[in-house]
Design a protein around this ligand. Structure first.
Ligand code: ATP
Ligand code: MG
Length: 760
């Protein structure tokens, strides 16, 4: 009998975080002694399954595929699992839980369209980039009846529902992964299951219809993903006492607004712009003076107008229908489209120099007049707002003319603000429509679809915020998993203090400490009128260089040691993005418009600056309004989010992107491995490994190894027999603990016993 996956009490986890660990040679000698398969890393980084031939000293002769024979160091071999463990549906069932074995197991399943695998309590989902037959009603029914057990989003979601009812505790499903890994699709699959089980009132259809709306306004084609979410989202779905869906609430995080005015070659701005241009009915087109996409500067600049396989006009019809379903009136819909058209036309406003000091004024042309018509203001007011700036010097208001580049920035800032206000307003309307009535008695399940850890060639303010959020989420993840472990230990009465685990608290402190943390220093520098990205970078180096998670770099850059690896940030643009100023002129302009949306936007902007949620008021120079900095606002949102999540039982889904081509059937080991590290799947393993990952009940242990005993044991009870076995085999006291019902072992301890057992 070998260690099979059916053996549910038994799992020996021998895991190497990076290549070789200290106690590794024991296992290697075991493997070579038994002539087992092992993994060998080739020069290109890929792993190959090898067969042992012979050994002399520390050198081993192995055979690779196609009969190639190689002499390698024994230490370079990593044990592979026996064939019967190929494709197990929980990684924890692997006898050897090392990196190549995990990679191989996921790949084995992926090749057979089994895209879901468990890693203990975590669900790993590998993006198939094609339709897989896993989501039919039959599947939903099967998971509901519990007649299938294979890992699935449905299974996790089902567990969330059951635990919500059983424990009377709110639940959360936390989905992470890098761009294109499948988070948004996974969130929709979970919602589909919830709607199927908790449907009936009709509100579930409304909830599902929020997806096409939010994707139209918040997703865009990027180089990584044709449908990339450019915001984070938490949707909280409420259930009545009878288990039916009673309503929902959506919270969004940090929409990437720079995309509205600027996007790189091959990418697009938000889908809705292209959908509107392609799909607006004739009358609407005329009313908004809509032109072809190629006529708008904001859309034209990236040389990418369409997405293969996507019909923007058809999508527009779907979005309009969805807007109806969530009770956005036709009138409001038209106002929304007017704002979108206004943003597009803003981008077409150009400026001319009016004096030899490079001061500029907008050209009075179709762009300018159309914007003024669409937002409902006079042409003169618009001109003024785009070419001047009011400053308060001592007690006098003075008017300053803007230079060409200042005027362009003001125009773009206005376009970005209108768009992000529109996005927030839409979410607010949707929330009103989905609102749970006053009788909010039941429970909820929240689904979090948020950007994963990002590390690019060049990392800016956005990556800084995103990675900070991931650092927080990772801590939540670690603590939860650790708590689960801890509970099991305590339940069985074993000594928990012998398990240590390092938190990422140090890195979080680097961000959050006051007054000398990254966020505080950023805000402080942002308040100085003369602060620059360079002075910010210097300040960081001055105050944080002793911090182990921080390293100053040459020029304007700095490096942070995140849990998922080091990231170097370039501070260029940090201050401007963090201040995110909209001149008071622009706000005044919007508030003076005759239509209700611009007015609402203006008052939302003002109220936001007056009522800080968290942290000190952020002041800017001149007559501009006081405003929370972007990072402070984000931090506030994040804290709120964490508080909400703390009160739930979490379920984690980690999405993995198997290749960078968005194409099916390609599984790149290096890429997958890097994601497994970043999203903490290997961390799960590490946490369990840091404790006593192998567990076996006293009965089972006594039954399995009792016959190896040389001396007679007076008492035949399983505990006494077990203890006698441990003594006979000299298992060191540090290597195991005896619980009430189970024995707990450190990694690899069972190997010797198994070996003896198999040779007896
Ligand atoms: P981003 O962070 O950029 O928003 P994401 O993680 O949300 O990325 P998705 O948009 O969910 O990624 O997925 C990208 C694409 O992968 C989808 O448009 C779809 O084509 C494909 N995909 C993801 N999950 C599945 C699935 N379960 N079945 C089939 N295709 C999928
Ligand atoms: Mg997404």
């Amino acid at each position: 009998e070998s260690l099979s996956s059916g053996d549910d009490d038994l799992s020996t986890n021998a895991f190497t975080p990076s290549r070789v660990e200290s106690k590794w040679s024991d296992t290697t000698s075991y493997v070579t002694k038994k002539k087992l398969h092992s993994w060998f890393q080739l020069a290109d980084g890929s792993w190959e399954l090898t067969t042992f031939i012979s050994k002399s000293g520390n050198e081993v002769l192995i055979s690779l595929s196609e009969g190639k024979v190689l002499k390698v160091k024994a230490d370079d071999l990593i044990p592979a699992n026996p064939d019967i463990l190929d494709g197990v549906d929980d990684l924890m069932q692997l006898s050897y839980l090392n990196e190549p074995s995990v990679l191989y197991n996921l790949q084995y399943r992926y090749n057979r369209d089994m895209i879901y695998t468990k890693a203990g309590p975590v669900l790993v989902a590998v993006n198939p980039f094609k339709k897989v037959a896993l989501y039919s009603n039959e599947y939903i029914e099967a998971y509901k009846r519990k007649s299938v057990e294979s890992p699935h989003v449905y299974a996790i979601t089902d567990m969330a529902i059951r635990e919500m009812v059983r424990d009377e505790v709110n639940q959360s499903i936390i989905i992470s992964g890098e761009s294109g890994a499948g988070k948004t699709e996974t969130a929709k699959i979970a919602m589909q299951y919830l709607a199927a089980l908790g449907g009936g009132s009709g509100i579930e259809d409304e909830i599902l219809k929020t997806n096409p709306i939010l994707e139209a306004f918040g997703n865009a084609k990027t180089l990584r993903n044709d449908n990339s979410s450019r915001f984070g989202k938490l949707i909280e779905i409420h259930f009545s006492e009878t288990g039916k869906i009673s309503g929902a609430n959506i919270q969004t995080f940090l929409l990437e607004k720079s995309r509205v005015v600027q996007c790189s070659e091959g990418e697009r701005s938000y889908h809705i712009f292209y959908q509107l241009c392609a799909g607006a009915p004739g009358a609407l087109k005329e009313k908004l003076n809509l032109k072809d996409v190629s006529e708008y500067n904001y859309l034209r600049q990236s040389n990418c107008h369409s997405i293969s396989g996507v019909d923007d006009a058809e999508q527009f019809r779907i979005v309009m229908e969805a807007l109806d379903v969530v009770h956005i009136s036709k009138e409001d819909q038209e106002s929304v489209f007017s704002m979108l058209a206004a943003v597009l036309w803003l981008g077409n406003i150009s400026f001319t120099a009016v004096d030899n000091e490079n001061h500029a004024e907008p050209v009075v042309d179709e762009g300018l007049t159309t914007v003024s018509t669409l937002i409902g203001c006079g042409v003169e007011e618009l001109k003024l707002a785009l070419s001047t700036r009011k400053m308060r010097v001592r007690n006098d208001d003075i008017v300053q003319k803007l230079t060409l580049s200042q005027a362009t920035d003001t125009r773009d800032a206005l376009a970005k603000s209108i768009y992000s206000c529109l996005f927030d307003w839409l979410v607010e309307q949707i929330n009103k429509s989905l609102a749970v009535g006053k009788r909010r008695t039941g429970r909820s399940i929240s689904i979090l679809d948020i950007y994963g850890f990002e590390s690019f060639e060049r990392n800016s303010f956005e990556q800084f915020c995103i990675n900070y959020a991931n650092e927080r989420l990772q801590q939540h993840f670690n603590r939860h998993l650790f708590k689960l472990e801890q509970e099991e230990y305590i339940q069985d009465g074993i000594d928990w203090t012998k398990v240590d685990f390092d938190d990422n608290q140090d890195c979080l402190n680097l961000f959050e400490k006051k007054p000398l943390g990254l966020l505080s220093l950023l805000d402080e520098e942002s308040t100085f009128p003369n602060g620059t990205d360079m002075s910010f970078a210097n300040k960081l180096k001055q105050h944080l260089n002793s911090n182990l998670c921080f390293r100053g770099e040459r020029g304007k850059a700095f490096t942070v040691s995140h849990y998922a690896g080091e990231v170097t940030y370039d501070t260029t643009g940090f201050l401007e993005k963090n201040r995110d100023l909209l001149h008071s002129n622009s706000i005044q302009l919007l508030s003076s418009c005759k239509y209700h949306l611009p007015q609402t936007f203006a008052s939302n902007m003002l109220s936001q600056s007056e009522k800080p949620v968290v942290g000190p008021l952020y002041k800017s120079g001149g007559a501009d309004s006081q405003k929370l900095s972007v990072s402070t606002k984000f931090k506030g949102q994040l804290f709120q989010l964490m508080q909400r999540l703390e009160n739930t039982t979490p379920h984690f889904i980690r999405c993995i992107k198997p290749n960078n081509f968005q194409s099916p059937g390609k599984y790149e080991q290096g890429l997958v491995l890097q994601q497994l590290r970043c999203c903490g799947v290997l961390e799960v393993v590490r946490i369990s490994r840091s404790g006593f990952p192998t567990r076996m009940s006293h009965q089972k242990f006594a039954r399995r190894y009792g016959f190896l005993l040389l001396d007679h044991v007076a008492s035949q009870d399983p505990l006494s027999v077990s203890v006698a076995i441990l003594h006979q085999f000299n298992i060191l006291p540090d290597m195991y603990q005896v619980g009430f019902t189970k024995l707990f072992f450190r990694t690899g301890q069972i190997g010797v016993l198994e070996d003896t057992r198999n040779h007896t």
